[in-house]
Write a protein that binds this ligand. Structure first.
Ligand SMILES: C[S@@+](CC[C@H](N)C(=O)[O-])C[C@H]1O[C@@H](n2cnc3c(N)ncnc32)[C@H](O)[C@@H]1O
Length: 263
């Protein structure tokens, strides 16, 4: 049976310890997450934190003039992104440990469409607000400039297998997260490092594993490494070779990066 059809089978309560131990602190894989996710054992990651393409044909007018960034891969149309999320939702369920958390950044206007797909496998616990610091002025000509994005916070649905109640958040975090925008961006949709760090701190313990299937510039990996309470391990997947190269260079400033999954 293909793995994706098997994804709703019981997730083992004891994650594959040996594989987790062999995993490097940061693993960055060049490839399509629809394929690469299949290399991760069942229940092996503690947190999914990701920022998919938004399907808004996004390209900042300002940066387009500067010609700094090409449009994001798979960002052309909302239906393409919905299909992509649909393709990987069951895989993410499969990879995530029974009590794990899942955060997904989502566009201001279209987060309900994101939730319609992810809600088959995951329970929406909160719609967090990610305050970007300043509006992105060129997405919806004639409308207010969005200064926030949705951040969907999920736990695994009880689908009848070896499910366990979701872990508690560390502390009592507020549902509004204020970002300090990155001073120098290397990706058109780069998220704030401090917000990603906070989410990882809220949902994991030092040494646990964070997965980001849409890595972009590698913000999730940098955040996992820099957590105040101690580094987490990170698995990052990026399909665009240019973004991958930029993420690799960025992450190597913080320490070694492995580019293959443990066998
Ligand atoms: C919104 S961006 C992520 C930005 C990231 N959060 C950051 O701070 O840099 C989404 C990324 O997903 C990548 N992507 C699109 N389709 C993909 C796929 N099928 N597999 C892996 N990566 C993909 C795009 O190239 C893009 O870099």
């Amino acid at each position: 049976m293909p793995r994706s059809q098997n994804a709703k089978m019981p997730t083992p309560l004891n994650p594959p310890t040996e594989w987790r131990e062999r995993l490097a602190t940061v693993t960055l894989i060049l490839g399509d997450c629809r394929e690469v996710l299949k290399q991760i054992p069942e229940g092996a990651v503690d947190l999914v934190l990701t920022d998919p393409p938004y399907g808004m044909n996004y390209q900042s007018q300002r940066v387009a003039v500067e010609k700094r960034f090409a449009p994001c891969l798979n960002d052309a149309e909302l239906p393409d992104v919905i299909k992509l999320l649909n393709d990987i939702s069951a895989e993410l369920y499969f990879c995530l440990c029974p009590d794990g958390h899942f955060y997904c950044f989502a566009p201001t206007q279209n987060w309900p469409e994101f939730n319609e797909v992810l809600g088959d496998d995951f329970d929406l616990k909160n719609t967090l607000v990610y305050l970007k610091g300043r509006g992105t002025g060129d997405l919806h000509g004639g409308s207010y400039t969005p200064g926030w994005e949705a951040l969907l916070f999920y736990t695994k649905k009880d689908l009848g297998g070896a499910w366990s109640p979701p872990r508690k958040l560390n502390g009592h975090p507020c549902d509004v997260l204020k970002a300090r925008r990155p001073a120098e961006r290397i990706h058109p949709m780069q998220k704030a490092l401090d917000v990603c760090e906070q989410l990882i701190e809220n949902s994991t313990q030092p040494g646990e594993i964070v997965l980001d299937p849409f890595a972009g510039s590698g913000t999730t990996g940098a955040a996992a490494r820099l957590c105040d309470s101690g580094p987490r391990k990170a698995i990052l997947i990026e399909k665009d070779p240019d973004c991958y190269a930029a993420a690799l260079a960025r992450l190597r400033c913080h320490g070694p990066v492995v580019t293959e999954m443990p066998q």
